[in-house]
Write a protein that binds this ligand. Structure first.
Ligand code: F6P
Length: 386
């Protein structure tokens, strides 16, 4: 070991999202004040192994990145480091890779490795931790599907993009009396669809957590017609299951071990159009919702995550992931966070509020009274009739 000051390593892994740079900046600034040096590994975990690639990080290198989308370190969600092949399917890493990472960490005097990533990346981080590498996790994903934290950063920014798309679709759908389908991301969960659907005045929300039928979707469109509303906005999560079963996706190919989701918006539009014999249009929001500047909320969350991650390194609390339990930032074992995904609770107040307003989830429930979901009906509050 040389006489140089201990260094914290940082990497960003998996699909990018707004707020990654805010985490890097916050971690570097906090580390500097505590007397650590920092280096950033490039292209996720790949930067840790042959050819090892990294860049020095200090407050000069990170100046001005708070507002920038993407990640100055680059990211990767395929290649040699892949610990998940699908929902809840874990793959052990090649022991040779683990040994290579340990060697890099030793050679570069890394006293703590901050891994910023989603479920797949943190599953890798957990394996590094079990191998004895001093790892701290930071939860990132626009999908908001990581357990043990109320929110991941990136989610709020993605919802803001999807809401903006709905706002724009609203005016054109109303002008042309059209049914419009907006497909948003959400691999295993409907967090983005639900929140954007509520914020953007969606009429139908389709997501993986709730089984739906075309009959119910079409019924909602017709109901709106009867109410004199000649347009309908349908929000569908890319990972929603079709009524006949299965998702709409392209099979995994090459280095990519996960299927590529996408296309359900077109499928839904085609079928609704066929059944109702009317014009239905689709917009696939795709990576637009992953790019661009983070929202205020995400900047604040990411900054707190970055600062807390460094504190955990400083305190030697390895194998932990920073997490948000409003109003506090704290930490949990990474193993707890990657045990299972966080799905939308179909009994949550957000779902209940949406139903109370008449938003359809494509199931039969919107045909019931708005108070049929756990709340007392007005009749229950009435005085008994004499
Ligand atoms: O996990 C985040 C996510 O944006 C998913 O919603 C989506 O299915 C996936 O990443 C897309 O990844 P890629 O950009 O590699 O196609």
């Amino acid at each position: 070991m040389t006489g140089r000051k201990p260094r914290i390593g940082i990497l960003t892994s998996g699909g990018d999202c707004p707020g990654l740079n805010a985490v890097i900046r916050a971690a570097v600034k906090t580390a500097e004040r505590l007397g650590y040096g920092c280096i950033g590994f490039l292209r996720g975990f790949e930067g840790l192994v042959d050819p090892v690639s990294y860049m020095p990080l200090d407050s000069r290198a990170t100046a001005g990145i708070l507002t920038q989308g993407g990640t100055i370190l680059g990211s990767s969600n395929k290649g040699r480091f892949s610990a998940t092949t699908g929902e809840d399917q874990r793959v052990p890493l090649d022991p040779w890779l683990l040994e290579q990472v340990a060697q890099t960490v030793r050679q570069l005097s890394i006293c703590g490795l901050i891994c910023v990533g989603g479920d797949g990346s943190l599953t890798i981080a957990q394996q590094l931790h079990e191998f004895g590498i001093p790892v701290i996790g930071v939860p990132k994903t626009i999908d908001n599907d990581l357990a043990a934290t109320a929110f991941t950063f990136g989610f709020d920014s993605a919802v803001a993009s999807a809401t903006d798309a709905l706002d724009r679709l609203h005016t054109t759908a109303a002008s042309h009396e059209r049914v419009m389908v907006l497909e948003v991301m959400g691999r295993h969960t409907g967090w983005i669809a639900l929140h954007a659907g509520i914020a953007g005045g969606g009429d139908v929300i389709l997501m993986p957590e709730i089984d739906w039928t075309y009959e119910n979707v079409c019924r909602k469109v017709l109901l709106r017609e009867e109410e004199g509303k000649h347009f309908t906005l349908i929000v569908v999560a890319e990972g929603a299951r079709l009524p006949a079963g299965g998702t709409v996706h392209t099979p995994a190919a090459g280095e990519c071990q996960q299927v590529r989701l996408g296309g359900i918006g077109l499928v839904v539009a085609e079928e609704v159009s066929r059944r109702l014999k009317r014009d239905v249009r689709t917009v696939v929001l795709g990576h637009l919702q992953r790019g661009g500047s983070p929202t205020t909320f995400d900047r604040v969350l990411a900054t707190q995550f970055g600062a807390h991650a460094v504190r955990l390194v400083h305190d030697g609390q390895f194998g932990q992931m920073v997490s948000y339990h409003p109003p506090q930032i704290d930490n949990v074992a990474i193993s707890e966070a990657v045990r299972s995904l966080s799905r939308v609770d179909v009994g949550s107040s957000a779902v209940q509020a949406a139903r109370a307003l008449g938003i359809s989830f494509g199931d039969a429930a919107e045909l019931l009274s708005p108070f049929a979901h756990g709340e007392r009906s007005p009749a229950a509050h009435s005085p008994p009739v004499a």
